[in-house]
Design a binder for this molecule. Structure first.
Ligand SMILES: C[S@@+](CC[C@H](N)C(=O)[O-])C[C@H]1O[C@@H](n2cnc3c(N)ncnc32)[C@H](O)[C@@H]1O
Length: 254
Protein backbone atom coordinates (compact mmCIF):
# COMPACT_ATOMS: atom_id res chain seq x y z
CA UNK A 1 0.00 0.00 0.00
CA UNK A 2 1.55 3.34 -1.09
CA UNK A 3 1.71 6.42 1.11
CA UNK A 4 0.43 8.59 -1.73
CA UNK A 5 0.29 8.70 -5.50
CA UNK A 6 3.39 10.68 -6.43
CA UNK A 7 2.47 10.65 -10.13
CA UNK A 8 -0.26 13.17 -9.19
CA UNK A 9 2.09 15.23 -7.06
CA UNK A 10 5.30 15.25 -9.13
CA UNK A 11 4.45 18.18 -11.48
CA UNK A 12 3.89 20.52 -8.49
CA UNK A 13 6.31 19.09 -5.93
CA UNK A 14 9.10 21.62 -6.50
CA UNK A 15 6.61 24.50 -6.36
CA UNK A 16 5.44 23.70 -2.85
CA UNK A 17 8.42 21.94 -1.23
CA UNK A 18 11.18 24.51 -1.11
CA UNK A 19 12.72 23.87 2.28
CA UNK A 20 16.49 23.54 2.61
CA UNK A 21 16.44 23.08 6.39
CA UNK A 22 18.31 19.75 6.23
CA UNK A 23 20.83 20.53 3.48
CA UNK A 24 23.80 21.74 5.63
CA UNK A 25 23.29 18.76 7.99
CA UNK A 26 23.41 16.18 5.20
CA UNK A 27 26.25 17.92 3.32
CA UNK A 28 28.23 17.78 6.56
CA UNK A 29 27.39 14.12 7.17
CA UNK A 30 28.24 13.15 3.59
CA UNK A 31 31.58 14.90 3.35
CA UNK A 32 34.51 12.49 3.54
CA UNK A 33 32.20 9.58 2.66
CA UNK A 34 33.23 7.64 -0.42
CA UNK A 35 29.80 6.54 -1.61
CA UNK A 36 26.44 7.84 -0.41
CA UNK A 37 23.02 6.28 -1.04
CA UNK A 38 19.97 8.53 -0.76
CA UNK A 39 16.74 6.57 -0.48
CA UNK A 40 13.51 8.39 -1.50
CA UNK A 41 15.43 11.08 -3.37
CA UNK A 42 12.30 12.32 -5.16
CA UNK A 43 12.92 15.24 -7.50
CA UNK A 44 16.33 15.88 -5.93
CA UNK A 45 15.58 18.66 -3.46
CA UNK A 46 18.49 17.35 -1.37
CA UNK A 47 20.29 15.28 -4.02
CA UNK A 48 21.26 18.28 -6.17
CA UNK A 49 22.99 20.24 -3.35
CA UNK A 50 24.72 17.05 -2.21
CA UNK A 51 26.12 16.38 -5.69
CA UNK A 52 27.05 20.06 -6.07
CA UNK A 53 29.00 19.73 -2.82
CA UNK A 54 31.05 16.94 -4.41
CA UNK A 55 29.26 13.92 -2.92
CA UNK A 56 29.34 10.73 -4.98
CA UNK A 57 25.62 10.01 -4.84
CA UNK A 58 23.31 7.16 -5.76
CA UNK A 59 19.60 8.03 -5.73
CA UNK A 60 16.74 5.57 -5.26
CA UNK A 61 13.04 6.31 -5.51
CA UNK A 62 10.08 4.22 -6.63
CA UNK A 63 8.22 7.01 -8.45
CA UNK A 64 9.09 7.24 -12.15
CA UNK A 65 7.48 10.69 -12.28
CA UNK A 66 9.56 12.11 -9.42
CA UNK A 67 12.71 10.54 -10.90
CA UNK A 68 11.98 11.98 -14.37
CA UNK A 69 12.18 15.45 -12.82
CA UNK A 70 15.38 14.57 -10.97
CA UNK A 71 16.93 13.32 -14.24
CA UNK A 72 15.91 16.52 -16.07
CA UNK A 73 17.49 18.65 -13.35
CA UNK A 74 20.71 16.63 -13.37
CA UNK A 75 20.96 16.95 -17.16
CA UNK A 76 20.19 20.70 -17.10
CA UNK A 77 22.93 21.29 -14.53
CA UNK A 78 25.45 18.90 -16.12
CA UNK A 79 25.56 16.82 -12.91
CA UNK A 80 25.75 13.07 -12.63
CA UNK A 81 24.49 10.47 -10.18
CA UNK A 82 23.42 6.86 -10.34
CA UNK A 83 19.63 6.91 -10.34
CA UNK A 84 17.58 3.77 -9.71
CA UNK A 85 13.82 3.32 -9.78
CA UNK A 86 13.39 0.86 -6.92
CA UNK A 87 11.24 0.24 -3.88
CA UNK A 88 13.34 0.84 -0.76
CA UNK A 89 11.77 -2.30 0.69
CA UNK A 90 13.27 -4.35 -2.17
CA UNK A 91 16.72 -2.93 -2.76
CA UNK A 92 18.96 -4.60 -5.32
CA UNK A 93 22.00 -2.41 -5.80
CA UNK A 94 25.33 -3.43 -7.29
CA UNK A 95 27.55 -1.85 -4.62
CA UNK A 96 27.79 -1.01 -0.95
CA UNK A 97 27.76 2.46 0.60
CA UNK A 98 29.47 4.02 3.60
CA UNK A 99 26.52 6.36 4.19
CA UNK A 100 22.84 5.62 3.57
CA UNK A 101 20.27 8.34 4.24
CA UNK A 102 16.49 8.55 4.25
CA UNK A 103 15.70 12.28 4.42
CA UNK A 104 12.38 14.08 4.92
CA UNK A 105 10.87 11.48 7.30
CA UNK A 106 10.25 9.22 4.32
CA UNK A 107 10.80 5.86 6.05
CA UNK A 108 7.28 6.61 7.39
CA UNK A 109 6.00 6.19 3.85
CA UNK A 110 6.45 2.45 4.22
CA UNK A 111 3.05 1.60 5.63
CA UNK A 112 3.36 -2.12 6.43
CA UNK A 113 5.56 -3.52 9.21
CA UNK A 114 6.73 -6.43 7.02
CA UNK A 115 7.87 -3.94 4.40
CA UNK A 116 9.65 -1.85 7.05
CA UNK A 117 11.56 -4.99 8.11
CA UNK A 118 12.45 -5.75 4.48
CA UNK A 119 13.71 -2.20 3.99
CA UNK A 120 15.97 -2.35 7.06
CA UNK A 121 17.32 -5.74 6.00
CA UNK A 122 18.12 -4.35 2.55
CA UNK A 123 19.75 -1.23 4.01
CA UNK A 124 21.90 -3.39 6.30
CA UNK A 125 23.02 -5.41 3.27
CA UNK A 126 23.89 -2.28 1.27
CA UNK A 127 25.93 -0.70 4.09
CA UNK A 128 29.67 -1.27 4.48
CA UNK A 129 30.77 -2.74 7.83
CA UNK A 130 31.85 0.69 9.13
CA UNK A 131 29.12 2.65 7.35
CA UNK A 132 26.37 4.85 8.81
CA UNK A 133 22.63 4.90 8.30
CA UNK A 134 20.74 8.14 8.98
CA UNK A 135 16.97 7.74 9.17
CA UNK A 136 14.80 10.81 9.72
CA UNK A 137 11.34 10.43 11.26
CA UNK A 138 8.62 12.68 12.62
CA UNK A 139 8.51 13.11 16.38
CA UNK A 140 5.04 11.61 16.96
CA UNK A 141 4.14 13.80 19.96
CA UNK A 142 4.87 17.00 18.04
CA UNK A 143 3.55 15.86 14.66
CA UNK A 144 0.21 14.80 16.15
CA UNK A 145 -0.45 18.34 17.39
CA UNK A 146 -1.41 19.29 13.82
CA UNK A 147 -3.47 16.13 13.18
CA UNK A 148 -6.95 17.17 14.25
CA UNK A 149 -9.47 16.35 11.51
CA UNK A 150 -9.74 20.03 10.54
CA UNK A 151 -9.31 21.24 6.97
CA UNK A 152 -6.55 23.86 6.77
CA UNK A 153 -4.67 25.77 4.09
CA UNK A 154 -1.14 24.36 3.91
CA UNK A 155 -0.02 27.07 1.60
CA UNK A 156 -0.40 29.31 -1.45
CA UNK A 157 2.38 28.78 -3.97
CA UNK A 158 3.39 30.62 -7.13
CA UNK A 159 3.93 28.39 -10.13
CA UNK A 160 7.08 29.70 -11.74
CA UNK A 161 6.41 28.36 -15.25
CA UNK A 162 3.12 30.07 -16.13
CA UNK A 163 2.33 32.71 -13.49
CA UNK A 164 -0.35 30.49 -11.98
CA UNK A 165 -1.05 29.81 -8.32
CA UNK A 166 -1.50 26.59 -6.38
CA UNK A 167 -3.54 26.41 -3.17
CA UNK A 168 -2.94 23.27 -1.13
CA UNK A 169 -5.49 22.30 1.51
CA UNK A 170 -5.11 19.39 3.85
CA UNK A 171 -7.03 17.36 6.41
CA UNK A 172 -5.52 14.59 8.55
CA UNK A 173 -6.75 12.11 11.16
CA UNK A 174 -4.89 9.63 13.34
CA UNK A 175 -5.63 5.93 13.20
CA UNK A 176 -4.06 5.11 16.57
CA UNK A 177 -4.67 1.36 16.30
CA UNK A 178 -2.52 1.11 13.16
CA UNK A 179 -0.16 4.02 13.98
CA UNK A 180 -1.18 5.67 10.73
CA UNK A 181 -1.89 9.30 9.92
CA UNK A 182 -4.47 9.29 7.13
CA UNK A 183 -5.67 12.27 5.20
CA UNK A 184 -6.49 14.01 1.98
CA UNK A 185 -4.77 16.88 0.19
CA UNK A 186 -6.89 19.11 -2.05
CA UNK A 187 -5.22 20.86 -4.96
CA UNK A 188 -6.62 24.03 -6.55
CA UNK A 189 -4.81 25.47 -9.55
CA UNK A 190 -5.54 29.00 -10.76
CA UNK A 191 -4.22 30.61 -13.94
CA UNK A 192 -2.48 34.01 -14.10
CA UNK A 193 -5.94 35.68 -14.30
CA UNK A 194 -6.89 34.03 -10.98
CA UNK A 195 -9.41 31.80 -12.74
CA UNK A 196 -9.61 28.23 -11.52
CA UNK A 197 -8.05 25.72 -13.91
CA UNK A 198 -8.44 22.48 -12.03
CA UNK A 199 -9.28 20.88 -8.72
CA UNK A 200 -8.07 17.48 -7.61
CA UNK A 201 -7.34 15.54 -4.46
CA UNK A 202 -4.87 12.93 -3.36
CA UNK A 203 -5.24 10.59 -0.38
CA UNK A 204 -2.21 10.28 1.86
CA UNK A 205 -1.11 8.11 4.75
CA UNK A 206 2.07 7.60 6.69
CA UNK A 207 3.25 5.54 9.65
CA UNK A 208 4.05 7.33 12.90
CA UNK A 209 6.83 5.49 14.77
CA UNK A 210 7.18 5.84 18.51
CA UNK A 211 10.77 6.32 19.67
CA UNK A 212 11.02 2.95 21.45
CA UNK A 213 9.35 1.16 18.55
CA UNK A 214 11.83 2.39 15.95
CA UNK A 215 14.76 1.74 18.29
CA UNK A 216 13.62 -1.91 18.68
CA UNK A 217 13.04 -2.23 14.94
CA UNK A 218 16.54 -0.96 14.13
CA UNK A 219 18.12 -3.11 16.86
CA UNK A 220 16.38 -6.20 15.53
CA UNK A 221 18.26 -5.67 12.27
CA UNK A 222 21.68 -5.32 13.89
CA UNK A 223 21.90 -1.52 14.16
CA UNK A 224 22.93 0.39 17.25
CA UNK A 225 22.37 4.03 18.07
CA UNK A 226 25.21 6.54 17.68
CA UNK A 227 23.10 9.71 18.07
CA UNK A 228 19.46 10.70 18.22
CA UNK A 229 19.09 14.34 17.21
CA UNK A 230 15.88 16.34 17.46
CA UNK A 231 16.57 18.76 14.63
CA UNK A 232 19.08 19.57 11.90
CA UNK A 233 21.20 21.80 14.15
CA UNK A 234 22.40 18.66 16.02
CA UNK A 235 20.30 19.42 19.12
CA UNK A 236 19.71 16.33 21.27
CA UNK A 237 16.24 14.80 20.86
CA UNK A 238 13.65 16.10 23.34
CA UNK A 239 10.49 14.00 23.40
CA UNK A 240 8.13 16.90 24.13
CA UNK A 241 9.45 19.52 21.75
CA UNK A 242 11.78 18.25 19.01
CA UNK A 243 10.26 18.38 15.53
CA UNK A 244 12.11 15.29 14.32
CA UNK A 245 13.84 12.09 15.35
CA UNK A 246 17.10 11.96 13.38
CA UNK A 247 18.53 8.48 13.95
CA UNK A 248 22.25 8.02 13.33
CA UNK A 249 22.87 4.28 13.32
CA UNK A 250 25.77 1.92 12.70
CA UNK A 251 26.08 -1.83 12.34
CA UNK A 252 26.73 -3.84 15.48
CA UNK A 253 30.22 -5.32 15.68
CA UNK A 254 30.17 -9.07 16.31
C1 LIG B 1 8.06 13.52 0.59
S1 LIG B 1 8.92 12.93 -0.83
C2 LIG B 1 10.58 13.39 -0.40
C3 LIG B 1 11.45 13.59 -1.59
C4 LIG B 1 12.82 14.16 -1.30
N1 LIG B 1 13.60 13.27 -0.45
C5 LIG B 1 12.71 15.51 -0.63
O1 LIG B 1 13.20 15.63 0.49
O2 LIG B 1 12.15 16.43 -1.22
C6 LIG B 1 8.94 11.19 -0.55
C7 LIG B 1 9.57 10.41 -1.67
O3 LIG B 1 9.64 9.04 -1.25
C8 LIG B 1 9.37 8.22 -2.36
N2 LIG B 1 8.95 6.91 -1.84
C9 LIG B 1 7.86 6.64 -1.08
N3 LIG B 1 7.83 5.34 -0.79
C10 LIG B 1 8.92 4.78 -1.37
C11 LIG B 1 9.42 3.45 -1.42
N4 LIG B 1 8.79 2.43 -0.81
N5 LIG B 1 10.56 3.20 -2.10
C12 LIG B 1 11.22 4.24 -2.73
N6 LIG B 1 10.78 5.52 -2.71
C13 LIG B 1 9.63 5.78 -2.04
C14 LIG B 1 8.29 8.96 -3.13
O4 LIG B 1 8.22 8.54 -4.46
C15 LIG B 1 8.78 10.42 -2.97
O5 LIG B 1 9.61 10.79 -4.03
Amino acid sequence: MAAMDYSQVAPWYDSYVKTDIDVPFFVNEAKNRERVLELTSGTGRLSIPLIEAGVSLTCVDNSPDMLAILRQKLAAKGLSANVYEQDMANLTLPEKFDLIIIPFNSFSEIIGLDEQHKALKGIWNCLTETGRFICTLHNPLVRLKSVNGQLFLRGKYSLSNDGGTLFLWSVEEYDRQNSLVKGTQFWELYDSNKVIESKSFVDIQFYLHQQSEFQKLAQSHGFHLIHLYGDYSYAEFQKETSPFMIWVLEKNKY
